[in-house]
Each structure stands twice: as C-alpha cells, then as structure tokens.
Design a protein. Sequence first.
Length: 603
Amino acid sequence: MQLQVLNSPFSEEQAELLNRLLPSLTESQKVWLSGYFAASANSIVLGAPAGQPVQSQSVSKEVTILYGSQTGNSKGLAKKASQALEGIGFKATVSAMSDFKPNNLKKVQNLLIIASTHGEGEPPDNAKSFHEFLFGKRAPKLDGLQFSVLALGDSSYEFFCQTGKDFDTRLEELGGTRLYPRFDCDVDFDEPAGEWIQGVLGSLNEALGGSSSAAGIPVHAGEVKAAESVYSRTNPFQAEVLENLNLNGRGSNKETRHLELSLEGSGLSFEPGDALGVYPVNAPALVDLLIQELPWGKEDPVNVKQGDIRPLKTALTSYYEITVLTKPLLEKIAQLSTNLELKELVSEGNEEKLREYIDGRDLLDLVQNFGAWGETAQEFVSVLRKIPPRLYSIASSLTANPDEVHLTIGAVRYHTNGRERKGVCSILTAERLEAGDTLPIFIQHNENFKLPNNPDAPIIMIGPGTGVAPFRSFMQEREETGAEGKSWMFFGDQHFVTDFLYQTEWQKWLKDGVLTKMDVAFSRDQAEKVYVQHRLQEHSKELFAWLEEGAYIYICGDEKHMAHDVHITLLEIIEKEGNMSREQAADYLTAMQQQKRYQRDVY
C-alpha cells in the first residue's frame, strides 16, 4: 500500500519515508506502532501545544506484575519484565496470582498480567482463585487501571491462550484501559514475549512524558536463567546419556525408559519437583516419507532463522514440528494452498470436521490428502512452528546424585488412520538413544510442586505410571537430608509383576523407614479394575487424619482422567470424614491449595 500525499496530513518527504518503512515492518512491529500511537494520542490534552504530551500528575511509576504459571515460564517472564522496568526507573512488584490479595487490585494503576493456559482453556492452578475473583460479583470497578496481558499457550489445543484472553477481556469490561495490546504466544514464546516487554516499556515510558522507545534496554525473554549457569531454554546444555534402561518386565504392554544424564560442567541445578526440558528431533523415517511426497529435494536450502540456511531434510528433522496438526496451522496452509477441499475444511461452519481431521494426523497425512503448498521449499516450511521442547518431571535428587539428572519416560506408540504413530521424544529415547549420545536439555523450575519447607510435615504422594517420577526425587531428597516427616505413597499401573516401577527402591525406603506407608493399585491383575482413587477411598479415615495433622498432598500424572478422578475422591473423603457439605469440602481443598498443601504436576 502506497501512502499518497494528496489529502493526507504528511509532507511529500514524510510520505516518502513512510512508504519506504511500512513494507519492511513485521506484523508485531505494526501492532507495537498502533499501541504507541494510541498511547501518544491519549497523552495529549486539549490546549497543549501540538507534539507536546502532557504528563498526568497521577501517573505512577509503580507497576504490579501478576503471573499465572503451571510450569514456571510465566514466572520467568515476569522476572524478566521486572528487571527491564527497573532498568528504566520503574518500581516493579512481582507476585504469583495465588499470593496476591485480589481486593488490592483497585489500588493498582499499572498492571501487567502474564498467564499461561493449562489443558483445554483452564487457568493454571496458581491462577484459579484470582480468575474466579475477577469473574465474580466481588470484582471491583477498575476505571483508573492501565493494563497489558501476555498470554502463553499451545496452539495444538483448541482453546489457545484462553486464560490470557479471559483476563484481557475482563479487565477491559471492569473499566481498565489497555496500556499495550495483548500478545498471544505459542510454545516458542521467546521472541514475541521479548517484543511485548519492549512494547510495554515504551508505552509506560511515553505515558510519563519520556520517549516511547525503550531500545536502550535489552530484553531477551528466553534468557531467564540461574545465575550459576550459562545454559537455559534458549541455550540448552548437551547432556551425555549415562544409562538408558527399560523399567518394565518382559511381557508388559508398556515400555518405560529410565534415563540418566550427566550435568557435569553445566552449572545447572534443580530441586525435587522441577522438570527437565528436552529438545528432540523427528524420526528420520518419517522425515524421509514426507520428503518423498514433496516436489522439492532433500538438499533444497531453507532459512530456518535469520541467516541460518539448512537443507530441507535437516530442517524437517531438527527444526520444525511435523507430527502435530493444529487449527491455526491449517488455516495458514489453506491460504498458501490451491486445494479447494482444504479451503472448505477450514471454512466457517466446518469446525467439527476440522477437529475430527486434526485428531491423530500429522503433516505427512496433510500432504498426502491435500498436496504440498507454496511455490518453494522455503514457502512450505514458512508456516511450520519450531519443535517445542518436551518437559519431564525430574526423577532424581541432585543432593543424592550430584552432576546427574534422571528421567522416567513412557514410550508412546499407537495406530490410527492406517499408520503406526510414535511419540517424538519418547521414541527417540526408546529406540535411537544410547549411552554416550547427547541430548540438548535445560532446567524448568517449578515453584508449584515443592516439598514442604518443614521437613517434619507429613506428605501424601499420588503418582500412577510415570507420575511416580517426582516422588522418587522426593524420597531420595528426604533420605539424604534426614527429613523426619511421615510419607505415604499411592502408586498404580497395569500389572504388579511387569509394571511396578522402581519396585526395589520403594521396598528399601519402606524397610529403612524413609517411606512410612505405600499402597498400590494394579488395574489388570483382577477382573474388576482398581485404580489409585479406590485405594484412597479404602483408607479415607486415616487419610483425612493425616490432612488434619497438616499433611501435604501431591498429585502427578494424567490430568483429564486420573487427576480429575483423584480430586473428586478427595472431595468425597473430606466430605464424609469431616462431616461437611460438598461446598465445605471444596473450600477445605481450596484452602489447602492456597497454603501450598495441595500441589499438582499434571499434563
């Protein structure tokens, strides 16, 4: 689009400058400029000389940053935003939403919200009470509030960034004014999050009568890292594989890998409850099948990031996600494709058909069904997202195993739509990773899943299948530190003989008194299936007594089924043994959550 001097407020020289600039801007840069001009317009009052923004006497240099985080990414970005704000003279207060008193919201003038979305559009655990308050009848009018929202999510889920969208919409409904537009970030959030922080800095600085440019403040969102290590999410450490074992016995329906990695020389540290991020590569066989369907050769060059040219095969193996289809991806591809069936599939009114198509299919299916898109290999990969890291609960204690980190990974294999499918990272570890190989890794700190500060506090751990992983780290840590608190483990899987993960270790901890009690549920060892929630019910009286003594409950594993069923079971136990109504039992669990005595690491 060319700007014409005729009927515009710009001189010929200004129009020429704008016409050179506008085509070079990215979409996010255009969004930033629109936010800047909106803020600039709002800062000029009637009677002020043109071009002279008037600073409101009520503008505050205090900024409140609230984060809602399940795995720690939002917290890391909140810290980064705080550091950047303080670098230009603002005073920033950072708080988890669960630690913030909602009634104080009406006292806040500048608010930044950084929130992830968990599962199918749900707020993370530490954001639930704040979310409920904001959407409840007690939410205050916020006419004096300036706010901006950074939403984190995963576009493979239908309700992408829903929690951030909820907060953004609700704050406006309550009378707040956007300081800067909301950014919605996919799993590869580093660059857009950095742009959002930069934009917020500019808007706040400009509102105080300064320059809207915060270019002097470096913001690299991915570089939130422990001071003792140079390695992070954006600069992973190449960890050597020390051991890779199958934990399941012969004849099991499952394959669960126990992986031991060396951290020697990394400077990385972690606590029980933290997770390890692993960057996998796609299966070479799947990449070969995909390239066979494309009109380009495996050596055709593509630019995977600015100035980094790689052969198409390398790019599809190591840089781009090819095993997951999402609605946003198909919508982008449909714009590049000439296939009318694909365009019809993503059109309005076909949401259910699109949902059914996406489920269980990958990029190879898409190319086979609708053909390749784009004129070149570069255009073909331009719409693909980067391979996201996989997060695994750490299964070891650094105190007990210095310079090592252990993982428990279930191999994912299934058959759908006429083809065998395999998990990207789990099958890399199960089929192609040997001792001596390396994996790019980073530590993902998780403040929402931590042992009690008081080593005498009782703990109850519920972790069927690979959900056992963090509890192995808990036990190793408590054994090493000599913690005296009682501990009770609930474990479940399919068969006692083949699927009792880390059986000898649990038996030794029981024998030595490190573990007080253990109850197991092997679902396929009898006619009627038995799960961990059934074992909880069997011990309801004693379990409630532990809660009354101040016990902490930890749940790790599948959210949709196990964690949901366990939550309902806990409500029933509290209701029955505490002689409460269901509402009172729910309040009891909510209070435990606020006291950090009910923690979940679910996926």
